[in-house]
Ligand binder design. Sequence first.
Ligand SMILES: *Cc1c(COP(=O)(O)O)cnc(C)c1O
Length: 400
Amino acid sequence: MMGKRVYDQNYGFQTRAIHSGNDIDGETGAIKRPITMANSYELPYDPTNINWSSAGEALYTRNGGANQQYLQDKLKALEGGEDAVVLASGVAALSGTFFALLNEGDHVIFSNITYIAVYRLLNELLTDKYGVESTIVDTSDIEAVKAAIKPNTKLIHVETPGNPTLKISDIEEVAKLAHEHGALLSVDNTFASPYNQRPIELGADIVIESLTKYINGHGDAMGGAVIGPKEVIEKIKAQAMINLGGAISPFNAWLIMRGAATLPLRMRQHNANALAVAEYLEKLPFVSFVAYPGLENHPGHEIAKKQMPQGFGGVVSFGIKADHDTYNKVVSYLQVITSAVSLGHDESLIVFLGEDDERQYLYPEAFHNGFYRMSVGLEDVEDIIGDLKQAFEKAGLYEK
Ligand SMILES: *Cc1c(COP(=O)(O)O)cnc(C)c1O
C-alpha cells in the first residue's frame, strides 16, 4: 500500500521516521494520509471467493485497516525488518508472538527480567493451559542461556534493557547461540526504541515494541508491534489479529504514526535528561543504588555501549535509604514528576515499586527494599532534577 515514494533503508533514520508510511492522499492531494475510521471496505462485484479470515485485503478493519498498514510500513522501515504487524497493545504483540511460535511440547527460554505479562504468559498461561515448557534465565549470562537450551527449544525471548531493573543482555551473542540450536530470538525493544537499538541488525529474528511507550511518545494511545520475517508476521496477523481479535483502532494507529515522526528528536532528549538525572542521583549519600545502563558502573555498560550507540533510553531505577513511608512521602511532594505507571511519555513519571513484588527473587539484592522506576521525560532537565531535590529535602533526606 506504499505510494509512489518509497523510503527504504537507503535513507537515514530521521528521514524514515518522518516519511515512511506517509504519502500524498490520492483523493484530496493532502500531504498527510487521512484517518480511515470505517469498519468495512467495499466488496468486489462477486465477493463469494473471498477468504473472510485473510489479512491484507481491504475488507474489514480487524483484517487490517488503512492506518494500521501505514504504521506497519513506518515500523518496518525503522526496525529494518521484512514485515510488520501492529496490534492493540504491546501485550497483544507479545502474546501474539508466543501464541504463533509455540506449540504444545515446545520449550521457550526467557529473561528473568521482563515485563510482567511476559512472566504471566510464559510462566503460567502457556505452560499451564497449552503444555508449553519454559525456563527463566538470566540472559545477561550467555553461559546460563547455553545451559538452558534443550532439543525442543524453539524460542529465546530477551528484554533489554529489562523492565524494571535495566538489566542488559547481549543481543548478538544470544542470537548466535539461538541460531546454532535452530531456535528463534525475539527481543522486546520497548525500553530502547529503534532509535537507540535495532535488534534485527544485531541478529535477532523478531522485534516486539510497545508502541504505547516511546514510539507514540505522548502518553495518549496504546499499541504494539511485531517486526520480523514475513511468514511469522502472517501467522500473527491470522491468529492474534483476525481470530483472537487484537486489532488496533485506526485512530490510535494514526496518533502513533504522528508521534513516531519525532522519535529521533525525543529520544535524544530522553537519553540526555535520563543520563543527567542518573548522574545527579548517583552522587547523593542517601541514594542506595542507581540502575542506568549509561552509567559506567552499570554491569551491562560495555554491552549497552555496543548495541545502543545513540544512548541508553529514559528509564532510571533507583533506591533510597529510607523506610516505606518515606518512599511514598517523596512522591507526594513531587510537582513536575507525576506518580503513574507507564514510560516513554513526554512528561516524567515515577512509580514506587515496593518490597514484596512476587518476582523479587529474580531481582538483584539492591532492589529488595523497594525502589523507584522513573521515566525521565522531555521537560527542562533543571526542573526535573530540581523537583527531585525539593522532594528529597522536604522528606528530610538531605539532613541524614
Ligand atoms: C509497557 C511494556 C509492555 C506492554 O505494552 P502495553 O502497550 O502496555 O501492552 C511490554 N514490554 C515492555 C518492556 C513494556 O515496558
